[in-house]
Design a protein around this ligand. Structure first.
Ligand code: ZN
Ligand code: ZN
Length: 369
């Protein structure tokens, strides 16, 4: 039995050598499996690795065309800055002036406010170095603009009348004799430490500038095929262009900056796409916000791959793209570990979506026959 088979195999080999792969081979297909092109073998391996997929139909498939395709991943990072001014007020000792040797008289005549230098324009009058990190926060005390004020409640006497005995030091008991006893609140003194200034008589007001930086990161994909963006993101890409952290503002010209972008793929207008996405995703949404752009970082990475079209026979119809009739497609791209990965979204035994993309259920509702 085994001898017979060996003989048959030998015969076929001889035949194919003699006929040089001519049409006559077709008659021998029932003797040995048709030799699938490498691309369809790869597709078969991929389909077999999926849960519930059925790779059988590939045996009768034929490749129609293989086209080289390109995808670009563009990363645009813009560092934004916001500035906010706050006034930090704390109780602070206030020394009342003396007039004719009297502090009481001094309190009557003195200025109750001591101004600091004007703060000015928080955007133009203070230069703050831009951090190297994508996100950062710093707070600066504008100490030259520190101002002081006297406590309005105690007028720098640091004490106020006791609220319980109203300065009397004694309170009346609610009894028949109207007895007066020492006030517990002020222990009989009639005065309390001023609660506003904590007994210090005044306040210090320090203007504080808080500068915050954050990064808006936009990743855009451009391609002349149908590869899923997550596949481009995970696949092997080659850097082709880079802008390494240049000074940037909302009035900087993106057109000028992108002038010398390499346009390697005629049907992907890279420059036009990038400029459009810059306006749509970075500039327009932030134009009216109270922040400034400080830094631009930009990179373009390219991925070359193949788009394969194959035909499956009359009883298979492309359900996802009905105009393609019996033709299906897949992409073969350099995956994470540099291997050739497959991406497809119209394989006929694919799932209708009930178990997610990795599972194709072999039920009549989903099967396209
Ligand atoms: Zn006070
Ligand atoms: Zn009291």
């Amino acid at each position: 039995m085994s001898d017979d088979r060996r003989e048959v195999v030998l015969d076929v080999n001889e035949l194919s050598k003699v006929n040089n792969g001519s049409e006559d081979d077709d008659g021998d297909d029932f003797l040995k499996p048709r030799e699938l092109p490498k691309l369809l073998v790869d597709l078969k391996t991929y389909v077999d690795s999926k849960f519930c997929y059925h790779s059988g139909p590939i045996d009768d498939a034929a490749i129609i065309k293989v086209e080289p395709k390109t995808a670009y991943q563009c990363s645009m990072k813009i560092l934004f800055e916001t500035r906010k001014l706050r006034l930090v007020t704390q109780p602070y000792p206030w020394k009342s002036e003396k007039v004719l040797g009297s502090r009481s008289l001094g309190r009557f005549f003195e200025n109750t406010e001591i101004e600091g230098e004007a703060v000015g324009n928080i955007w133009t009058d203070y230069s703050v170095p831009i951090p190297s990190a994508d996100k950062h926060k710093e707070t600066f005390a504008l100490s030259e603009s520190t101002s002081y004020s006297r406590c309005r409640r105690c007028r720098a006497t640091c004490v106020v009348l006791c609220s319980k005995c109203e300065g009397d030091g004694k309170v009346r008991l609610n009894d028949a004799y109207n007895t007066k006893v020492r006030c517990n609140n002020c222990r009989g003194s009639g005065k309390m430490t001023c609660g506003s200034c904590n007994g210090l008589g005044g306040f210090r007001h320090v203007p504080t500038l808080t500068v915050k930086w954050f990064t808006r990161h936009t990743i855009c994909f451009y391609q002349n095929s149908f590869l899923a963006e997550r596949k481009i993101r995970k696949g092997q890409r080659t850097p082709i262009w880079l802008i390494n952290r240049i000074e940037w503002s909302k009035v900087s010209s993106i057109e000028e900056c992108m002038q010398n972008i390499p346009e390697n793929t005629p049907d992907i207008p890279l420059r036009e796409n990038i400029i459009r996405d810059y306006y749509e995703k970075q500039l327009n949404p932030t134009m009216n916000l109270d922040n400034v752009m400080r830094r631009l970082e930009f990179s373009i990475e390219q991925m070359n791959f193949q788009e394969v079209h194959y035909i499956m026979g009359e009883h298979f119809v492309n359900k996802r793209y009905p105009t393609m009739n019996h033709v299906f497609r897949f992409c073969q791209y350099p995956g994470q570990k540099r291997e050739n990965s497959i991406y497809e979204n119209d394989y006929p035994y694919n799932c209708c979506g009930c178990f997610g993309e990795k599972a194709a259920c072999f039920a009549p509702c989903c099967v396209i026959l």
